[in-house]
Design a protein. Sequence first.
Length: 367
Amino acid sequence: MYTHNANVSIRQAKILLILQMFNMSMLILPRIAGKIAGHDGYMLPIIGFAIGTLYIWAITSLLNRFPGEGLDTIAPKVLTKWIGLVIVGLYVIKLLVGAGFELRMFAEMVSQVLLPKTPLPVIILILLFAAQYLIKSGIEACGRMAEVVIYFVFAPLVLIFCLVIIKTDYKQLLPMFTARPQGMLVGAYYVSMTFMPLEFLLITGCLLNKPGKLKSVCLWAVGIISIVEVILIALTFTGVGMVTSTKQLWPVLTLMQSIQLPGSFVENQEIFMMCWWIMSIYMYISGAMYVASLTISRLVHFHRQNVTTLPLVPIVFFISMIPSSLAESYTYLVRFNGQIGIFFLFILPLILLILAKLRNLGGRVHD
């Protein structure tokens, strides 16, 4: 309805979600896990998965009650027109702000590791225009690209796991079960923020070619990411050290720098291994801007959605330049996701679902 490529397959939806969840949060995850839960930090994704299922239940239950619709039409129906439009407007703002902070952290990493002499604004603009080029083609184009990119993401990831696992110090995972329960819950909540792309489904969920499979798609993607997170945190702790992980801004990057490929004479091998994160961040930024653009197009009943993508570039660029330093970028990203993320992931869908049931709005379809 809104683009000539308006549907994605089950396979494409799974891959898109997995790639989008490989955002900058994954790079700093061992640092957060170690600070909050100590040696038990690698267990946080297990509890985080349970929290993620709550997000999935709230979002899919709401979308199942209003088949073929998204937040842009559901919120005005349930909350009255003007309140609903305000909520949808805040949703768009949240997407753009989150994309901006994510982009800034990504640019800082690229500047330090890959392009130290390239100005930050140049790095940011390159990715923004690349994302704009992709999303103007529609979600099906994003899905097709994701099917190709996924191989370039998991190949170096598996290589890293294999190289690290043979020389790790598993004593770094001991002693076990020393973290306080409340600390584990707080840590698991922050870990569950890697599932942030689930909020995209509030708009794009109806674009799945088999909407009844949405819940299984989400569970599959969140499950895969949770397993990777457990392995990633555990290997970072054992390869770098738990205490060292809490002192490094990007402990996963430190882990990669410690890897030596057998028989390799290439310096700075972590550059090649970082390629998967570059592509994953690209898919995340593209996803956030696509959803924001599609939401705006629906609100103003503008059927040429690709026209609304270009004006988002300067907006996201401006947001990405708000932090004055790397440390401030990190603080903004963690606090923004931690304090704002749960509203659109769980609280808002739950409120809309309860009110819809009380007012007898919408109807149920297959789960």
